[in-house]
Design a protein around this ligand. Structure first.
Ligand SMILES: Cc1cc2nc3c(=O)[nH]c(=O)nc-3n(C[C@H](O)[C@H](O)[C@H](O)COP(=O)(O)O)c2cc1C
Length: 363
């Protein structure tokens, strides 16, 4: 396991493995971070990515997840872009906010993104990555972190990029153990995450299909990573970070019920509600979270089937009551039920969609 970096903010479990909420566009906003923190905050938060281009300004709604964050946990601001001048300008602007550090996105697999040579597209160009890392390292006096996939269509450039991570003194590396071309379809290559852990000097967060606290323990044992970064399974189960800490301390892991899940749905609905968002739109947004929650409700997909048909708040909660409060003490499964699929369950694979977004995906 990597030695913990002396400059990284301490985790909540001294000496224990770290936990982080993965950045997810249109998901990990201020409201969602607050809800997650209510059930057990991760050690670190990462913002949705700030898009960096000639006309970009840090997006106001993402800045809120930094400026108004009262969770007590550090927030890293993530950037996606490739132009050195604009990245430098955006970094300077973000450093005026209370960020724990600046994170560079080297993983977004959406074709519309990688075709602009940003996100996962940069993994084809190690030389360009070297220039960006050199510039960002010079521009960031505090923590500078990177989140990457293991390659674009193969791992051919992986070692070269890991060596650049060392050369430019990156402080923390998050590795999603798939290539860009593998999207979310393949198994996660934990052996390649272990390879990164062995090669880089900084701590590594293992990312990809960390489904539960026991799986987090197994993945840490296999990769020797300093911690885990969890995305979709924290949408499904917001207690997962607390459960991880319990598991890491060899304590009994909190068991959850369908009544607990009902509480989560209510809290999430209220937290993400706004007078400016029409009810129908908000119900549809809720379905995007509930897609994941439903994977732990039943093994038949009945909750997902019914939930997807709700059009009003009243219908949505009546469906939730029927499925979650009929047997309130029934276990909310710690692992997703096999074969119960969240749709969409990933960043968009669509050519027409605008970036790594749940919002823009209809399939
Ligand atoms: C809806 C959605 C949006 C995402 N947005 C981002 C993003 O803005 N930045 C990023 O680095 N990764 C993004 N990701 C990738 C996740 O951070 C994470 O690497 C991926 O989901 C694998 O982890 P998981 O299996 O724990 O979900 C996104 C993933 C999803 C599902």
């Amino acid at each position: 396991m990597s030695a913990t970096h002396p400059l990284l903010p301490a985790g909540q479990q001294p000496g224990g493995p770290l936990t982080a909420l993965a950045p997810m566009q249109d998901v990990t906003d201020l409201a969602f971070m607050r809800v997650i923190a209510h059930y057990g905050a991760p050690d670190y938060f990462f913002t949705e990515f700030f898009r960096v281009h000639a006309h970009s300004r840090p997006e106001a709604h993402i800045l809120r997840s930094i400026d108004e964050n009262t969770t007590g946990r550090p927030v890293f601001a993530q950037l996606i872009g490739e132009d050195l001048g604009h990245l430098a300008r955006t970094t300077e602007a973000l450093l005026c906010h209370n960020v724990a550090g600046i994170d560079l996105n080297l993983g977004c697999p959406a074709p519309k993104v990688y075709k602009k040579n940003v996100g996962g597209g940069l993994l084809r160009e190690p030389a360009k990555i070297g220039e960006i890392l050199a510039m960002l390292r010079a521009a960031v006096p505090g923590l500078f972190t990177v989140k990457m996939r293991i390659g674009f269509d193969s791992t051919a450039n992986f070692d070269r990029i890991l060596d650049l991570v060392n050369e430019h003194r990156v402080d923390l590396l998050s590795v999603h153990g798939r290539t860009v071309k593998e999207m979310y379809r393949s198994e996660v290559h934990y052996d390649w995450i272990a390879h990164a852990v062995a090669r880089v000097k900084c701590p590594v967060l293992a990312n990809g299909n960390v489904t539960s606290a026991p799986r987090a323990g197994e993945i840490l044992a296999e990769t020797r990573a300093a911690g885990v970064m969890i995305g979709r399974h924290a949408i499904r189960n917001p207690w997962i970070f607390r459960q991880c800490r319990e598991r890491f301390a060899n304590q009994p892991v909190t068991r959850l019920t369908l009544a607990d899940a009902r509480d989560y749905v209510e809290r999430l609905y209220r937290a993400t509600q706004s007078p400016t968002i029409p009810e129908r739109y908000h119900v549809n947004k809720m379905k995007k979270y509930l897609n994941f929650v439903g994977q732990s409700v039943d093994g038949t997909g009945a909750f997902l089937h019914d939930m997807r048909r709700a059009e009003t708040e009243a219908e949505l909660f009546s469906i939730c009551d029927r499925h979650l409060l009929a047997e309130p003490t029934k276990e909310f499964s710690p692992e997703p039920y096999p074969g119960v699929i969240a749709r969409p369950n990933c960043e968009t694979p669509s050519e027409t969609a605008d970036g790594c977004s749940l919002e823009t995906v209809t399939a």
